[in-house]
Ligand binder design. Structure first.
Ligand SMILES: [Zn+2]
Length: 214
């Protein structure tokens, strides 16, 4: 195959690579809902989980609450499990990578009345440049570049969500999941769920366990 043919093939594969980059990102699907199975489970009385909310400068308090409300509007009634923001504060982003951002927020102990800490971070010029460079590079090297839009620590006490859009990958992702989708995804992690390509049965059981343990 000539270089030109290879180039054309890789360009043609670009949408598939972009889709794979999304699917292969560290945080993918929690799973597919199964209403029939879920309705056999008794999630008990309503629980409101108090969150300390932090945000990088530039992310408005009202917007952070709007993102959290995405859970309360759709997922909350499914499990009688709601997010209750109890405080709002500012925190500068600790670094460029998702691990450094997560380590930064983990340094903040839950304040009075909080059970968990969620941090909304913005996008920086470096993020947009990184996305642009990897987008161009992926035309030449057909490797999906994972992009992390949020993460929760192993103890499920601290996590973050990227709440702004900067680069080309963000725009594609916004069409697929969006900021509210990422927030809901990370809240599932906060409440005990892992990733699954298909079933949410394990996730439902995890939420049951989370509620019973409180
Ligand atoms: Zn995830």
């Amino acid at each position: 195959m000539s270089d030109d043919e290879t180039r054309r093939l890789l360009l043609a594969a670009r949408p598939a690579l972009a889709a794979c980059a999304l699917l292969c990102a560290a945080c993918t699907s929690i799973g597919r809902h199964d209403a029939d199975y879920r309705e056999t489970l008794d999630f008990g009385a309503r629980a409101d989980v108090p969150f300390c909310v932090l945000a990088e400068e530039g992310i408005e308090e009202a917007y952070a609450y709007e993102l959290l409300d995405a859970w309360n509007a759709k997922e909350g009634p499914l499990f009688e499990l709601y997010v209750r923001p109890v405080s709002f504060g500012r925190l500068p982003r600790a670094g460029f990578t998702y691990t450094s951002i997560l380590e930064g927020v983990e340094q903040v102990p839950p304040g009075p009345g909080c059970e968990k800490v969620i941090y909304f971070v913005g996008r920086h010029l470096g993020d947009a440049l990184w996305q642009t460079v990897t987008l161009v590079a992926s035309v030449f090297v057909p490797l999906p570049v994972p992009e992390v839009y949020g993460a929760v620590n192993g103890e499920r006490t601290h996590g973050f969500v990227v709440a702004e859009i900067a680069g080309p990958d963000d725009l594609i992702h916004e069409l697929v999941s969006g900021r509210k989708g990422v927030t809901v995804h990370e809240l599932y992690h906060f409440f005990g769920c892992g990733h699954s390509w298909w079933s949410m049965h394990d996730c439902y059981q995890a939420i049951l366990g989370f509620k019973q343990a409180r």
